[in-house]
Ligand binder design. Structure first.
Ligand code: SF4
Ligand code: SF4
Length: 415
């Protein structure tokens, strides 16, 4: 760990009001400033790694809201993630982690087949029965939570449905590569289909390489740096086979990770080029806002936007999604209080820390309720899963959509 990053904290406290876990606990040890201090003390050898201390560190969501607020450029979330990654790397992967990260995640076919039992569980009516009878209450909380987060799966993953090349509609203005995230393909296929539709409608030829693999974020979370680098090399090589102007993604988490390939592989110039080509879909669509506007028809809806941490804090993208939404005729846009505060999803945080995740989600749902919105828009699969569950339980009349779904819907009503 870079010691300079630890000593840069001047303890001003400007990060405290932005930290979701500090807002819930008011504990210094659960704040960015406190976490940086704990890491520094451990680094200096003044503090041992006790269970309690590790627990406080593990409560960090790595949402990086603190980094957006810090005047000194300290990123407490990233420092905690780096510490956790180093610890996990030193301990090595468990047997189960090895199976998932080495034999499942890097192989899209296997990943897709692994969801077949879940599809059967949903289609056979068993899920409905299990939920009605409340059987899951008898199982460990993480399992109950995983089941509760599971939305209805599409009949087929999008990767199996779309062709590798989608032609531009009308005059071709360029070619983009599409990085289709695993969860987007497996669960939120409608959103990624909408992404391709929008790009094609704007005159882009869209190439979705069939052999791309997971961005490597799960490897990073587990401290499997070798697995992460393998994934990065593979994706760089695959996309390198196509002459594309940009590589677009509609998954905030994937976008943040792909933009970091240049740091993961700092001696590889192709990694720097690859990362420089990555665009969140909102960045590219906003470049063609005026043209998009002429193709849109009215959607009379009260809409709000939840900023995914991976998009707002990790990539610094806040204006484009809002501009695009406000462009849709008939939309009444409502800004959400603390729109860029985490929803409590944070990878597997909502499974590992259910109580804290629920508190953070409740706060987000209160903001949504206060906004009076009928539709919440966001653009990261983790947020979609978390908000879907929260809205279903507490605000069943409020709908949830990915940004590209709303935009494509406005185009579709025009066709
Ligand atoms: S992390 Fe940054 S904002 Fe927070 S106390 Fe330290 S210097 Fe201030
Ligand atoms: S990353 Fe998020 S949860 Fe962690 S210290 Fe920063 S603001 Fe708090």
């Amino acid at each position: 760990m870079d010691y300079v990053k630890l000593i840069n904290c001047m303890r001003c406290g400007m990060c405290l009001p932005t930290c979701p876990t500090y807002k819930e606990t008011f504990l210094e040890t659960a704040s960015p400033r406190g976490r940086v201090a704990l890491l520094k003390k451990m680094h200096d050898g003044d503090l041992d790694q006790s269970e309690r201390l590790l627990e406080f560190l593990s409560l960090c969501l790595d949402c990086q809201a603190c980094a957006s607020a810090c005047p000194c450029g300290v990123n407490a979330g990233e420092l905690v993630a780096e510490f956790t990654c180093e610890r996990k790397t030193a301990h090595g992967l468990s047997f189960l982690e090895q199976q998932i990260l080495h034999n499942l995640v890097p192989h899209p076919d296997r990943l897709e087949h692994s969801l077949a039992p879940l599809r059967l569980y949903q289609r056979s009516g068993l899920q409905k029965l299990v939920r009605t009878l409340g059987v899951l209450k008898m199982f460990p909380k993480p399992l109950e939570r995983m089941e509760g987060l599971l939305p209805t799966l599409p009949p087929r993953p999008l990767r199996r449905e779309i062709s590798e090349v989608t032609p531009a509609i009308g005059t071709e203005r360029g070619t983009v590569g599409f990085f289709l995230g695993c969860v987007m393909s497996l669960i939120f296929s409608d959103a990624s289909r909408a992404t391709i539709t929008l790009l094609s409608a704007l005159g882009y030829r869209v190439i979705t390489p069939r052999h791309q693999v997971c961005c490597g974020a799960p490897h990073m979370l587990s401290g499997d740096l070798a697995g992460l680098k393998d994934a990065a090399h593979h994706n760089i090589d695959i996309f390198g086979e196509y002459p594309v102007d940009f590589i677009v993604t509609d998954c905030g988490g994937c976008g943040a990770e792909l933009k970091k390939y240049r740091h993961h592989l700092e001696d590889d110039p192709t990694a720097a080029r690859f990362s420089a080509q990555i665009r969140d879909i909102s960045q590219l669509l906003a470049l063609h806002g005026e043209e998009l506007r002429t193709k849109m028809t009215e959607l009379p809806l009260k809409v709000t936007y939840h900023d995914p941490c991976h998009i707002a804090h990790c990539q610094g993208i806040r204006t484009e999604p809002r501009e695009l939404l406000k462009m849709i005729p008939g939309i009444s846009y409502r800004e959400l209080d603390c729109a860029d505060s985490c929803c409590g999803s944070a990878g597997t945080y909502n499974i590992a820390h259910t109580d804290m995740s629920d508190l953070i989600l409740s706060r987000k749902l209160d903001s949504i309720r206060a906004s009076g919105a009928e539709l919440v828009v966001t653009s990261n699969p983790g947020c979609l899963l978390q908000l879907k569950k929260g809205l279903a339980e507490q605000l069943p009349d409020v709908r949830l959509m990915h940004l590209t779904e709303v935009l494509a819907q406005s185009l579709a009503t025009n066709q």
